[in-house]
Design a protein around this ligand. Structure first.
Ligand code: ADP
Length: 563
């Protein structure tokens, strides 16, 4: 058979595997996709979170730069004419007319008179004054020197721009080179930056403005902005819990205060990145749970379906097996009855023999029908036992007697061993027990194959009476031995299927024995024969097993332990 054909055949035989695969494969694919998607999402959210931190810091730095550029433009854009000799007062008026915020001091240096003296604006008197020898004057002189040299060399400045000199962190200088209309350098106007204003007003305003814009109104609950100066000292923090923070993002200011840095700190377990991670695991867990539930549900449904399929198959086998079993004794009865009717029994001895056959076969028929009726009663929980104090040996002997003809007819040798000392009377339902024993004998006959030897032994073991039925027949594989007591179950071997049976006999035996407070066990080796043993409690003989609670139907009972 080709591989696809074999595959098709396999699937036809095991449709439940197909159903399992049909449900399981898409589920596994979906889970795979979801896992990949969650991993991707987790990674992207971490990247996005880092990017938003960096963007925020860049925005703060940019706003600081913008603020100082616009202040520089506003304060330091002096007309070149004020740098001419004797016009310093005009410069003072220019400064006076403007807000000095951010500047600790304003100054100008004219390169037109050659001396290049620094004139500081005094907001008190509103006039310009020289402050030679002060640290401010020195810092300005150092910052201005390159420009002065350029002016002395008659150099031109094509694109004038604000310049910053922060070599002395105490005197941070912002300069604006002033050009005449031929791009000649006439002087510089400048300011010395006010650190206190930067720290207390500028930074605070910019940070507070950008924080909710980037991270929402509750940003302060999980984010702390910290600014450190050039020496690493914290000069500003939006919360005082900076010690236990992680700082995933930090950058230096870009224009002024360039040795200072600004950093964003996160409180652990509350950042969006951590929320993303947490939600990753929650989603993964939920998906896993869902998959487990779906798989469990599918497996349960498939198991139930499989059991139903098996049961319905067993039931249909049962119907055909039972019909056949009923037909066999009926056919025998008809043949012998016809022989009698046609007067073929010449001698009275022969007529009696035919009569015995008819009687034995009708007993067998009755036994079969009893089994069916008992099964129906057990299933509907209507089976009743009539317990009485009985002689076990007598019940066994009577049952063996009813088998005698059949055994002889089929060439069986029957041996029977009984205990030396008589057994005490046992409390039992003689009809039910006889039926159980008959079922075991019937099986011994059916499954004996060529080994036509059946042994029955009655013995006492402690407080129990045992009735063992041994055959030398086909035996039962170990894996089947527990199952054969289930209703409808018949061992799968070909040898068994040559023999007709309903699969009810042992299930009834088990029910009967349990109702008696006893049990049935099996010991068997394939090809060597089987021994079924009925165990009855002797001690229970005095008690009334009828008073025991009704036994549940066959399917609902636990396994009988085996010998
Ligand atoms: P059945 O009507 O099929 O005999 P039972 O309930 O009596 O139903 O037995 C269940 C199965 O147990 C049988 O189909 C057979 O496979 C196995 N079995 C029972 N007794 C014997 C035995 N003495 N030897 C071998 N197999 C047995």
């Amino acid at each position: 058979m080709s591989l696809p054909a074999r595959l098709r055949e396999g699937l036809r035989r095991h449709p439940l595997w197909l159903a399992m695969a049909a449900a399981g494969v898409p589920l596994a694919v979906l889970l795979g996709f979801q896992y990949r998607w969650l991993v991707e999402l987790d990674r992207n959210s971490a990247v996005a979170w880092q990017a938003s931190l960096d963007n925020y810091l860049a925005a703060v730095s940019e706003q600081v730069e913008l603020a100082y550029r616009s202040r520089g433009e506003r304060l330091l854009n002096l007309p070149p004419t004020v740098f001419e000799a004797g016009r310093r007062d005009e410069a003072a008026r220019h400064f006076q007319a403007r807000e000095m915020a951010g500047a600790r001091r304003l100054f100008l240096v004219s390169f037109l008179d050659g001396a290049g003296e620094v004139w500081f604006y005094d907001p008190g008197s509103g006039s310009a004054e020289a402050r030679p020898g002060t640290p401010e004057a020195r810092a300005v002189a150092v910052a201005v020197a390159p420009w002065q040299a350029l002016a002395a060399a008659g150099g031109r400045v094509e694109r004038p721009a604000l310049a910053v000199d922060e070599r002395d962190p105490e005197q941070r200088v912002l300069l604006n080179p002033i050009l005449d209309d031929r791009s000649g350098l006439v002087g510089v106007a400048g300011m010395i930056l006010d650190e206190e204003d930067f720290r207390a007003r500028q930074l605070g305003a910019v940070i507070d403005d950008a924080l909710p814009r980037y991270f929402g109104e509750d940003a302060r609950q999980y984010l702390v902005v910290t600014v450190r100066d050039g020496a690493g000292r914290t000069v500003l923090a939006t919360a005082d819990r900076s010690a236990d923070l992680a700082y995933p993002a930090e950058r230096a200011f870009s224009f002024v205060f360039t040795d200072w840095s600004i950093a964003l700190g996160c409180h652990s377990a509350t950042t969006p990145a951590q929320w993303a991670r947490f939600s990753f695991f929650v989603h993964l867990g939920l998906s896993g749970l869902l998959a487990a539930l779906v798989t469990g549900g599918v497996a349960l449904a498939l198991r139930t379906a499989a059991r139903e399929v098996r049961l319905s198959r067993m039931k249909s086998d049962f119907v055909s097996n039972v019909s056949h079993e009923l037909r066999t004794p009926l056919a025998s009865i008809r043949v012998f009855a016809e022989l009698l009717r046609l007067g073929r029994a010449d001698r009275p001895e022969q007529a009696r023999e035919y009569g015995r056959y008819i009687e034995t076969e009708s007993r067998r028929l009755t036994g079969l029908i009893d089994n069916l009726l008992d099964f129906a009663r057990i299933e509907s929980e209507r089976k009743e036992y009539r317990f009485e104090s009985a002689d076990l040996l007598a019940v066994v002997a009577e049952t063996l007697g009813s088998f005698e003809v059949r055994l002889r007819q089929q060439g069986f040798r029957l041996s029977c061993q009984t205990p030396e000392r008589p057994l005490p009377p046992v409390r039992l339902d003689p009809a039910a027990f006889a039926q159980a024993l008959a079922n075991l004998l019937d099986n011994a006959v059916k499954y004996s194959g060529e080994g036509r030897e059946i042994g029955v032994e009655v013995r006492r073991e402690g407080d129990r009476a045992l009735v063992a039925v041994r055959d030398r027949g086909i035996g039962i594989p170990p894996e089947e031995q527990a199952k054969i007591f289930e209703r409808f179950h018949r061992a799968g071997s070909a040898l068994v299927h040559e023999v007709r049976g309903s699969g009810l006999g042992l299930a009834i035996v088990r029910h009967v024995m349990e109702a008696h407070g006893g049990r049935v066990t099996v010991a068997s080796r394939p090809g060597r024969g089987s021994t079924f043993t009925l165990e009855l409690p002797l001690a229970a003989a005095s008690a009334d097993p009828a008073a025991a609670p009704a036994r549940p139907p066959l399917a609902a009972r636990p396994e009988v332990s085996q010998a």
